[in-house]
Design a protein around this ligand. Structure first.
Ligand SMILES: N[C@@H](CCC(=O)N[C@@H](CS)C(=O)NCC(=O)O)C(=O)O
Length: 207
């Protein structure tokens, strides 16, 4: 059985959601980052970086939310949540996966870090305007790709939609000014999936 280490309202939600989409059985271990559990000696043995999510599958210990979601989709081909390797569709899937993690998420996370995550003496207020400008540029590219489409890859739901919609949820939470209606509609539609609701329930029940 899979074991997932995570905490609600973090990137580990992407993995809980992916597991729910697949219908896999998993044990959920809460790592309460607010209580410093990410730095406990036991957890640091799993992830020396002290971050969630961590997925344990037998001898395999995997970190990085996008890598874990792709691994889960590859391991459950019947779910059709990750296209088969070596196909053009998989190329497109990987393209969006990397785009979301390295282009879309990063300016948004820069805003988060410099608004409330970093200790106050490490925050650089001047970076906020630049990061916002960068995020809005990237968001336009995503919005263009979604024009007339329900999903990012070949018009069927994949793990990449989990990564994108979850990231856009942060943008809403951060109250990022956004005049891109297509992104709002996409985020709301993807987040209305029953598996996302089940994931949130599972996470909030964890003690
Ligand atoms: N690139 C990693 C980032 C993981 C990450 O930053 N997780 C945050 C929660 S969203 C965390 O565990 N932070 C704890 C810390 O920074 O000590 C991923 O996508 O999995």
């Amino acid at each position: 059985m899979y074991e997932l280490y995570g905490m609600q309202k973090t990137r580990s939600t992407r993995v809980t959601w992916a597991l729910e989409e697949i219908g896999a059985e998993y044990q959920y271990h809460l790592v309460n980052l607010m209580k410093g559990e990410g730095q406990s000696p036991e957890f640091l043995k799993l992830n020396p970086y002290g971050k969630v999510p961590v997925l344990v599958d037998g001898d395999l210990v995997l970190t990085e939310s996008a890598a874990i979601c792709t691994y889960l989709g590859d391991s459950h081909p019947e779910s059709e949540l990750v296209p088969r390797a070596g196909t053009a569709t998989r190329g497109t899937y990987d393209q969006w996966c990397h785009f979301i993690m390295s282009e879309l998420e990063q300016p948004l996370w820069t805003i988060g870090k410099h608004r409330f995550v970093f200790p106050e003496d490490k925050r650089v207020p001047a970076i906020l305007d630049v990061a916002l400008w960068e995020f809005q540029r990237v968001a336009k590219v995503l919005a263009k790709a979604l024009e007339g489409c329900d999903y990012l890859v070949d018009d069927s739901f994949t793990m990449v939609d989990i990564l994108a919609a979850h990231t856009l949820t942060w943008a809403r939470g951060f109250k990022i000014p956004n005049d891109l209606e297509v992104l709002d509609q996409y985020q709301q539609k993807i987040c209305s999936r029953a598996a996302f609701e089940r994931a949130r329930e599972r996470e909030s029940a964890a003690k």
